[in-house]
Design a protein around this ligand. Sequence first.
Ligand SMILES: NC(=O)C1=CN([C@@H]2O[C@H](COP(=O)(O)OP(=O)(O)OC[C@H]3O[C@@H](n4cnc5c(N)ncnc54)[C@H](OP(=O)(O)O)[C@@H]3O)[C@@H](O)[C@H]2O)C=CC1
Ligand SMILES: Nc1nc2c(ncn2[C@@H]2O[C@H](COP(=O)(O)O)[C@@H](O)[C@H]2O)c(=O)[nH]1
Length: 327
Amino acid sequence: MENVFDYEDIQLIPAKAVVNSRSECDTSVDFGGRTFKLPVVPANMQTIIDENIAINLAENNYFYIMHRFQPETRLDFVKDMQARGLYASISVGVKPEEYEFVQQLAAERLIPEYITIDVAHGHANSVINMIQYIKKQLPASFVIAGNVGTPEAVRELEHAGADATKVGIGPGKVCITKIKTGFGTGGWQLAALRWCAKAATKPIIADGGIRTHGDIAKSVRFGASMVMIGSLFAGHEESPGQTVETDGKLYKEYFGSASEFQKGEKKNVEGKKMFVEYRGSLKDTLVEMEQDLQSAISYAGGDKLSAIRTVDYVIVKNSIFNGDKVY
Ligand SMILES: NC(=O)C1=CN([C@@H]2O[C@H](COP(=O)(O)OP(=O)(O)OC[C@H]3O[C@@H](n4cnc5c(N)ncnc54)[C@H](OP(=O)(O)O)[C@@H]3O)[C@@H](O)[C@H]2O)C=CC1
Ligand SMILES: Nc1nc2c(ncn2[C@@H]2O[C@H](COP(=O)(O)O)[C@@H](O)[C@H]2O)c(=O)[nH]1
């Protein structure tokens, strides 16, 4: 692999603006047959999304993926979303009981619009088999498979029938995979995204490592159709994580899906728990993300998201903060 870099090492180069106001820039994206307001999806983790957030996002034309950690609620979740006229987007694993669940959905003619196969090491026969099973039982569902970190994995999952792949092994804020195993895309996630995107013939979701809104534009530049974000979404009023007060300041709990807190046991732990600063309402963050992305599109010299995909860039190692803080 030649040039390896991460989000903080890249600056996109401005092109002449074609709009008179950033409000003219359109941040929407087509993904799996629907159009969403932003190319952004909150991580399918228990401290990031719950049913209320899913309803709110779907009602307001944002993409969401419900997590898989309360498996007994998933059937009713699909029924409830579709009864409200909303799309259903759920996650599954690869263990034997997940095959029964997919079979049950098919038997009840409950067809989630989106199904995400959510496991740590997505380049595996277990995932290929699950893709093929879902495609047989629920051919109309859009299948997202992951996570992976190589072009070979993207090709194999696409070949098995995945409609999109999710890239990112170890770049997450509460991830300890890179420390515990020595493997992953942590520290070079953006370069891994570019590497994978070159091989992809279907959409890619960049997953993990987003620390600023500018990183969303950088992900789009390097091939992402959608960007999955955990930590930046963890601190909201609506976030399901516990709220705690320390020295008069509010924080919200954020833990990894492979952490002891999620698993309830200390086995194959590859995630940790942290507290992030409380940051008000989710709606305000989504509006700010949209405005920042509109601005990015204007710097790219266009009025649509696609303008970002072709902008020039420079690699300036570890330079963007120059010791400054964002807020
Ligand atoms: N994006 C990332 O970097 C990572 C994300 N996670 C998240 O943590 C959650 C739990 O993931 P996961 O442990 O896969 O889910 P599960 O506990 O549901 O495990 C899925 C299946 O895959 C097996 N498995 C897990 N890891 C590996 C591996 N490295 N190689 C071969 N087989 C494996 C498990 O068996 P067994 O447990 O017996 O090995 C199990 O049969 C998911 O939400 C996942 O997204 C976890 C780590 C990294
Ligand atoms: N290695 C681990 N990765 C995890 C775990 N739980 C979630 N994740 C991944 O992190 C991203 C979110 O990253 P962020 O940088 O935006 O916070 C999430 O979508 C998963 O792919 C875990 O326990 N271990």
